[in-house]
Design a binder for this molecule. Structure first.
Ligand SMILES: [Ca+2]
Ligand SMILES: [Ca+2]
Length: 159
């Protein structure tokens, strides 16, 4: 059973992540990121996965923050060196990835995870819908997990 995420109520996190992702999907600079991501010739989901992973780096935030996708897009265009951009954590990657997937025409959603099933949420990912396999992970904040991981439903809270 999922109950808390750090010091925030689940309702606050869920409401804010959903709202920011939806606003991000309507933001001109986030749309530009989707355009850049899809200049590749590969599968759309792979394009977005590779682009977001390369564009931002994972890092621990000071406190827990939910950075709006439009702010991340602004940082992308203002800061040409990816290593100079502010590090972001999993929830920020999730909102941006979900927004860019939606702009790219992919059915996607945000998911909060309790990966060790101890009742505490500890991770966030975007998922995309595969007509064959159902909902699959698009975890752009992970250095190691490949695209398309199947997450057990017992770990998921759908945003
Ligand atoms: Ca965060
Ligand atoms: Ca946990």
């Amino acid at each position: 059973m999922i109950t808390t995420i750090q010091n925030y109520s689940i309702e606050d996190v869920v409401d804010n992540m959903k709202r920011m992702s939806e606003e991000g999907a309507a933001d001109p600079q986030v749309e530009m990121l989707a355009y850049l991501a899809n200049m590749g010739l590969g599968n759309v989901v792979e394009n977005v996965f590779d682009f977001v992973k390369a564009a931002f780096r994972y890092g621990t935030e000071t406190g827990e923050v939910l950075t709006h996708p439009r702010i991340l897009a602004g940082d992308y265009f203002l800061t040409p060196d990816p290593n100079a951009r502010s590090p972001i954590d999993c929830d920020c990657f999730t909102m941006l990835t979900d927004a860019i997937l939606k702009i790219s025409g992919v059915a996607s959603r945000e998911v909060l995870l309790d990966t060790n099933e101890d009742g505490q949420l500890d991770h966030a990912i975007a998922e995309f819908y595969s007509p064959v396999y159902g909902w699959l992970s698009c975890d752009t904040s992970s250095k190691s997990l490949p695209l398309g991981w199947v997450i057990p439903s017992s770990q998921k809270l759908i945003v």
